[in-house]
Design a protein around this ligand. Structure first.
Ligand code: ADE
Ligand code: ZN
Length: 336
């Protein structure tokens, strides 16, 4: 079977997805219109032309601007439903969705509006399609520790809906150590700690994320490859990396897909996974990410299987559900 066919059909899990980054221009214009909010672009095409990024910050400026049109619970519901409708077509069976409450609460949209909309879409998909989902609340690292603490407090009435906390936004100049205390507080509330580290930031930030924040999984982590001791430590602690190929090339973390280090990561024994990060901005959803990197490197069918296996194995699912998905995955592999 062609690798493309294998990628299309294999059941998958997505572990690194910002729901605000799945906001397609078409839907953005639709919601802007009904909410009476101005978008500083005349058309979907003009907006898409602005999606040229030299670095993470270039992207974040546009990403936060896009999120400005989200005001009501139904907006967050529509946003999440659109993402789930799209990834079900890619044979994605389980998703771990990050949301950035501060992107919205800073604009006066309340925490409950955000989470109720997202959760309603997730629950519907679980009921109607058996698609499982887990929510990860991410703190914006360019904002203060105080703001992160306030966000943590707002989340407590919804603790039963949120499995983990994350750390995202502008990495350079905002080291994990800035959030050590808030992560300690989050862990004591029962949240699993995760963080973006080593996307643009140096290997030292990954050390801080694993030693100070005690994260269970590393979002991106590409720059660990600059430090052999760090690679050994990540393997020893059995921490997976949520790698995002199209994001990496769009944000110039990797100059060319042909140079992407995912194969090297697997060869070193790192538990890499493939994810879309912000699919509406970076040119593709799960299968697009797999296809782009599989063609460029190339990847073998075994590589793709390993990457998908890692996603289920290092998901935040309970052990029983995880085992069920892994059995189905093994059945699929045997048949093809
Ligand atoms: N927020 C959304 N996407 C992000 C990324 N790739 N890195 C950091 N913060 C983000
Ligand atoms: Zn991300």
């Amino acid at each position: 079977m062609e690798i493309k066919d294998f990628i299309t059909k294999i059941p998958k899990a997505e572990l690194h997805l910002h729901i605000e980054g799945s906001f397609e221009p078409q839907l953005m214009f639709e919601i802007a219109k009904r909410n009476g909010v101005d978008i500083p672009y005349q058309s979907v095409d003009e907006l898409k032309q602005a999606y040229e990024f030299d670095c993470l910050q270039d992207f974040l400026d546009i990403y936060y601007q896009g999120a400005n049109v989200l005001l009501h619970e139904v907006d967050f519901y529509d946003l999440t439903k659109a993402y789930l409708d799209r990834v079900i077509l890619d044979n994605v069976k389980h998703v771990e969705i990050m949301f950035d409450p501060q992107t919205h609460t800073e604009r006066g949209v309340s925490f409950d509006v955000v989470i109720n909309g997202i959760k309603r879409a997730c629950s519907e998909f679980e009921q109607n399609h058996g698609m499982t989902s887990i929510l990860i609340m991410s703190f914006l690292r360019h904002l203060s520790e105080e703001s992160a603490f306030a966000t943590l407090k707002s989340s407590l009435p919804y603790k039963h809906w949120i499995k983990a906390v994350g750390l995202d936004s502008s990495e350079k100049g905002n080291p994990p150590s800035k959030f050590q205390r808030v992560f300690e507080a989050a862990v004591s509330e029962g949240y699993i700690p995760l963080a973006h580290a080593g996307e643009e930031g140096p290997p030292e930030y990954i050390w801080e994320a694993i030693d100070l924040l005690k994260i269970h999984r590393i979002d991106h982590g590409n720059r660990c490859l600059e430090d052999d001791k760090l690679v050994d430590e990540i393997i020893k602690r059995d921490l997976a990396l949520t790698v995002c190929p199209l994001s990496n090339t769009a944000l110039q973390v990797v100059k060319n897909m042909k140079d992407h280090p995912i194969k090297m990561m697997l060869q070193k024994g790192l538990k890499a996974t493939i994810n879309s990060d912000d699919p509406a901005y970076f040119g593709g959803y799960m299968n697009d990410n797999f296809n782009a990197i599989a063609q460029a490197l190339p990847l073998t069918k075994d590589d793709v299987y390993t990457l998908v296996h890692n996603s289920f194995a290092y998901s935040l699912l309970d052990e029983e559900t995880k085992a069920d998905y892994l059995n189905k995955l093994a059945d699929f592999n045997e048949k093809f």
